[in-house]
Design a protein around this ligand. Structure first.
Ligand code: C5P
Length: 310
C-alpha cells in the first residue's frame, strides 16, 4: 500500500548530454584543462524528488545499473543540496530520491544532471529563490558540466566547460547510444590524454591558440542538418578513452558500418554515441546493435535543461 506523504515534495528533471565537439587545451594550475565544447542535452533524464527533512539523506534507483552510485556525502546531488543550504543560510535539510536514466560514469553527465536537478529542487522546496545567475555560480562550483545540465538545449562551453553561451540549433538530432557495463573515471581519462600528448609531443601550449569550436559545428546546428553535423563531430578525449578501452574501437566500427552517419565517444566515455539520419534510421541502427549483444539506448536532442515537473 502506498501511503501519501504529507511532506512537501518537489520533482525536478534534468537531461544527460553529448559533447558534439570537444577540443581539450592545456592543463592549468587548478588541475582542469582549458577546453572548447559544444553540448547537446538529450532525452535521457535524471529525476530528483526533494522532500523536506531535518537531515541530508538520499536514495537512488534507475532504469540502468545504479550499483556504483554512492548515497553518502560524496554524492554530487547531496553536495549540491548542502552547498545551497550553506550559501542561503537555510537551516533545515532534505531527502533526495534520485531516479537515473543516464549511464553511470558513462561520459554523459548523469551525476552533473543530478546536481543541477538537486539545486533547482531544493531552491524551490525551501523557497530560497536564487536567480539563474546565482544557481549557475553554485553549479560551476560543483562541477564543470553542472551549469550545462541547468541550462540544457545546445550550448558552447569554454573555460573548464562551465562558461556557457547559447548555440542556435534547429530541428532534432537522433542518437543511438551504446552503453558499457563498466564506467570510466573522468580524471583518469584526462590524465591518459596528458600522457598520450606527452608521448607524442603534441603541442597544445597556451601560446598556440585557445581551444575553439569549429565553425562547421555551428553551421550544421544552425542548419539542423545531421549529415553536416556528422562531418564536424570531434572529441579530443576519444583517443584517451580508446587507449583505456580498446574494445570501444570495435563498437565504433560496427555502428559506422551499420548505417550511422558518424560515431564518437561521448565526453570521457565509455558510452559511444552514433548520430542517425532520422528517427527511423536510429531505430534500425538500435536494433542492429542490440542484435550484436550490446546494451543500446535511443535518445534525441536538443531537450530542455533542469526544470520542475508535476
Ligand atoms: O568538474 P568535474 O568534477 O566534472 O571534473 C572532473 C575531473 O575531470 C576534474 O577533476 C579534472 O581532472 C577533469 N577535467 C579537466 N578539465 C576540464 C573538466 C574536467 O581536466 N575542463
Amino acid at each position: 500500500m502506498t501511503v501519501a506523504s504529507s511532506e512537501p515534495t518537489v520533482r525536478v528533471r534534468a537531461p544527460g548530454k553529448i559533447n558534439l565537439f570537444l577540443e581539450v587545451g592545456p592543463l592549468q594550475g587548478d588541475g582542469y584543462h582549458q577546453l572548447a565544447t559544444a553540448f547537446q542535452a538529450v532525452s535521457l533524464y535524471e529525476d530528483v524528488v526533494a522532500t523536506a527533512s531535518d537531515d541530508f539523506t538520499m536514495s537512488v534507483a534507475g532504469s540502468i545499473d545504479v550499483s556504483g552510485v554512492p548515497v553518502d556525502e560524496t554524492n554530487l546531488a547531496l553536495r549540491a543540496a548542502r552547498l545551497l543550504a550553506a550559501e542561503t543560510g537555510y537551516s533545515g535539510g532534505v531527502h533526495l530520491d534520485v531516479f537515473k536514466e543516464v549511464p553511470v560514469a558513462g561520459g554523459m553527465g548523469g551525476g552533473s544532471a543530478d546536481a543541477a536537478a538537486a539545486l533547482v529542487a531544493c531552491d524551490t522546496l525551501w523557497g530560497t529563490r536564487l536567480g539563474s545567475a546565482e544557481l549557475h555560480r553554485l553549479a560551476a562550483r560543483l562541477g564543470a558540466d553542472v551549469p550545462f545540465a541547468l541550462k540544457g538545449g545546445t550550448a558552447i562551453g569554454t573555460g573548464r566547460g562551465d562558461e556557457l553561451s547559447p548555440a542556435l540549433a534547429r530541428g532534432r538530432f537522433d542518437w543511438v547510444l551504446v552503453v558499457n557495463e563498466e564506467g570510466l573515471s573522468t580524471p583518469e581519462v584526462y590524465a591518459a590524454l596528458d600522457r598520450h600528448r606527452d608521448r607524442h609531443r603534441v603541442d597544445i601550449s597556451p601560446a598556440r591558440t585557445l581551444p575553439e569550436v569549429d565553425a562547421g559545428v555551428l553551421h550544421a546546428l544552425r542548419a539542423g542538418d545531421p549529415a553536416m553535423l556528422a562531418e564536424a563531430l570531434r572529441n579530443d578525449l576519444q583517443v584517451a578513452a580508446l587507449g583505456l578501452r580498446p574494445d570501444l574501437a570495435e563498437t565504433l566500427e560496427l555502428g559506422e558500418s551499420s548505417g550511422a552517419l558518424a560515431g564518437l565517444v561521448s565526453g570521457s566515455g565509455p558510452t559511444v554515441a552514433f548520430l542517425a539520419a532520422s528517427p527511423e534510421a536510429a531505430v534500425e541502427l538500435h536494433d542492429m546493435l542490440d542484435a550484436s549483444g550490446r546494451d543500446v539506448l535511443l535518445a534525441h536532442g536538443p531537450v530542455k535543461g533542469a526544470r520542475v515537473i508535476s
